[in-house]
Design a protein around this ligand. Sequence first.
Ligand code: PMP
Length: 469
Amino acid sequence: MALTEPAPARPAAAADPAAPADAYEGILRRQSLRESAARTYARSLPVVPVRAKGLTIEGADGRRYLDCLSGSGTLALGHNHPVVLEAVRKVLDSGAPLHVLDLATPVKDAFVTELYATLPRELAKDARIQFCGPAGTDAVEAALTLVRTATGRSGLFAFTGAYHGMTAGALDASGGATAARVTRLPFPQDLRCPFGVGGERGAELGARWTETLLDDPKSGVPTPGGMIVEPVQGEGGVLPAPDGWLRRMRQLTAERSIPLVVDEVQTGVGRTGTFWAVERSGIVPDVMVLSKAIGGSLPLAVIVYRAELDVWQPGAHAGTFRGNQLAMAAGAATLAFVRENGLAARAATLGARMLGQLQGLAAEHPCIGDVRGRGLMIGVELVDPTADTGVGPDGRPSGAAVPPPAPTLAVAVQRACLERGLIVELGGRHSAVVRLLPPLTISDEQAAAVLDRFADALAAAERAVPRRR
Ligand code: PMP
């Protein structure tokens, strides 16, 4: 087992961000007293990062962690990659303004050129870009406003388990919402397929339901202003959309002039094994929502869309913070580095190998209900296997086809990972999916260390968490 490496001793200096060990406890205590009850990652990851490089974060307590959360998928190149630092320094040293609203600058021009070079060609050849407020959710809002304005229709098709952000429109489009204007459609999944069949057949049934809603004049669902979909649901539990199903969604929407909005906030920039996740199925969306990795670890969000949708009036979607020059420089450097170094292909190869190794682990651990993912976006769904014996307390078949999710075990695994110096995220409908989102720069040795620590943590958590029966 690879245990947490202690950080090398370093001399104390006034400007050293590393707090002494007792200060570390104080920082965490003050955070829990002063910050809101809505804080999220900070609850399960009591880490006070003071330095970071690549996959590694060093905490104020002197411990080192392998970071497979990567700012929730933001850090395509890991922490403080030299090309990102160099790009940021170049802007700082140039005397360029850091804040410019949405004015044109050489830095922005270079970013847009680099971004367009990566986009599906059919979209890039006649695309418009809108710089949004700096978060992914702002870009989702912009996309929804755009398609509603362009079509004059207010309804929206969105999917079960979706996550698009925390502003009102994005939240409505997400799986936890009950918004009147949003029609919820089944997102394909194998383990918990709503039709009980999974695979191609489950996806086909979902597509047929979508088609029926659109074509049945008495379905009670008016033609929507757009459809929004994640090519791989991230927060929803790492569920890749089957290629054929995505193509069906593209066909159904195209035939009815419904703009298809693809949310690539988390899947973009090589994460899933192609530069953009849509490339795998070959579909060309009408609108792409981009954030996270496109800012090279700094806040940046845009939508890119077909020019014919550009019916906005000046100022129709505005915002003060749309001109972050440092983010554009860091983002352009990141996009170029991923493209030039074939990191999407690397994510595909390494991700497939890691998936295979995790599937091997699943064979030894019945608490792993499913291993899935695409590229370096990987999920391990934990279940309670004792509920899947198919035998009820009276000795008769219980009818439980799929073991229930095990969120308590997932929390224990996350904690055991942290104790072993590994940071992972939890996701999925029931928070029972352990998510791995390592940087695309992770080496083979580091990937092996991640899986070692995970396997060890899983075994420890399994021993510690009592089963239902
Ligand atoms: N869309 C997707 C697919 C996401 O994963 C996220 C964030 N996890 C968002 C939108 C929202 O991005 P942000 O948190 O930057 O608002």
